[in-house]
Design a protein. Structure first.
Ligand code: NAD
Ligand code: DEZ
Length: 376
């Protein structure tokens, strides 16, 4: 069995090695000719999976995308051809939640404006929005959720309108899929009018898809409004973001909010489970066996951390400033965006770091935040 795999998908050999011959490919430049003989195709978000790519292949048994988003996949075409498909819902939600939370802590430190006491509006309360809310609520931050679709489905959490978020939130974090039609379409949800209407000193964080914000309008509005602070992980026109926009963001990264080692491993593992089920073979590998131990064994806390110390702890796990700096220095190079993604040293999630502290109850919130071993 020929298994064609995006070369940026980790843990493919240990998981899929027994199932067939693995052929790594560049997902961005993948052609129909390369796919013609594949039995299985495993992609990430940079491969457009559609008739143009697949019409020459008559033997494809399975397409998997080790991602949350499916906007790169023509699901209707796959269904018409009866080709089973699965993505990896939620695989990197914790990574995105922690990324957004760390970015907020970094902004708070940079502008000497504590996160504690602010109100955060989350637009899109699915996997990544909920993971972001979990971090914030663990730290005692008031969170407002906007998700008209979940609200209509009867999700028991309380939701507010986007207008309420615009009026009340100090920070807005975006967690919607990109959709181009329908009542709740998200393409340019933040257009020029909405960007102009952001209340003074708003922090806007985008870790979902670039086109949810009109990037041209964002350049225009940000140039007129120094009070707005931006964290941008995703961009219109990836892999070539508008060069004027990058310097306007406080933190700028090349679509790596979901790039934790755990998140990537979960993505590949979910596809492995789905393919095994389809082939009717036992999925006998374990996700835990894949992950190396973290390079810091444990951190002993002398006192419950204040916000500055919390940021220091978070930086043990992920120092966002490093990726921001590298991105600014390299994104204009040829293939700079993709090269940084390809060579990315995947960070760990909070759960990889064990914390030790005598007074358990004072630091329970750190385990709610995701750190492990607190108080043990
Ligand atoms: N930057 C990254 O590395 C990264 C990583 C993972 C996911 N993503 C992106 O983030 C998106 C969200 O991921 P997720 O796992 O949270 O998806 P999800 O499907 O679990 O949640 C998305 C939520 O958005 C809601 N929604 C849709 N349209 C809306 C609108 N107009 N207003 C408010 N809410 C709306 C949906 O009802 C849903 O609850 C993905 O589709 C993907 O595009 C980016
Ligand atoms: O949708 C997703 O899961 C994310 O956008 C994903 O992290 C993108 O990473 P890629 O597949 O491009 O490596």
């Amino acid at each position: 069995m020929k298994i064609l795999v995006d070369e940026n998908m980790p843990y493919v050999e240990p998981l899929f090695g027994d199932l067939g011959d693995i052929i790594p490919v560049n997902g961005r430049t993948l052609t129909a000719a390369q796919v013609r003989e594949a039995d299985v195709l495993l992609v990430r978000s940079v491969t457009k999976v559609n008739a143009e790519l697949l019409s020459g292949n008559n033997k494809l048994k399975f397409v998997g995308s080790a991602t949350i988003g499916t906007d790169h996949v023509d699901l209707t075409y796959l269904a018409e051809r009866n080709i089973p498909f699965s993505n990896a819902p939620g695989c990197n939600a914790t990574a995105v939640g922690e990324f957004a939370f760390i970015a907020m802590l970094e902004l708070a430190q940079r502008f000497n404006s504590p996160l504690k006491g602010k109100v955060v509006g989350i637009v899109g309360a699915g996997n990544t929005g909920t993971a972001t809310a979990k971090c914030l609520q663990a730290y005692g931050i008031k969170v407002l959720l906007n998700d008209p679709i979940k609200a209509a489905e009867g999700d028991p959490r309380s939701f507010v309108s986007l207008d309420t978020i615009m009026a009340q939130a100090d920070i807005i974090s975006l967690h919607v899929p990109i959709t181009r039609t329908g009542e709740h379409k998200t393409k340019h949800l933040f257009d020029e009018a909405r960007l102009k209407a952001l209340k003074p000193n708003t922090w806007l964080v985008n870790c979902c898809r670039g086109d949810v914000i009109d990037n041209q309008a964002l350049i225009k509005v940000k140039r007129q409004r120094d009070d707005l602070k931006l964290v941008l992980d995703v961009w219109e026109g990836e892999p070539t973001p508008m060069p004027e926009l990058v310097p306007l963001a406080e933190f700028a990264t090349p679509h790596i909010a979901g790039y934790s080692l755990e998140g990537k491993a979960r993505g590949t593992f979910m596809l492995y489970q789905n393919l095994c089920q389809l082939l009717n073979v036992a999925a006998d590998k374990s996700l835990l066996d894949l992950l190396p131990s973290f390079n810091i064994k444990a951190v002993e806390l002398a006192a419950a951390p204040n916000e500055k110390a919390l940021l220091q702890l978070a930086r043990f796990v992920y120092d966002l400033r490093d990726d921001d700096k590298m991105f600014r220095n390299t994104f204009l190079n040829e293939n700079g965006f993709d090269t940084m993604r390809k060579n990315h040293q995947h960070r760990r999630e909070f759960s990889a770091l064990a914390l030790a502290y005598d007074g358990q109850s004072e630091v329970d919130w750190l385990s709610n935040l995701g750190f492990s071993g607190v108080g043990q």
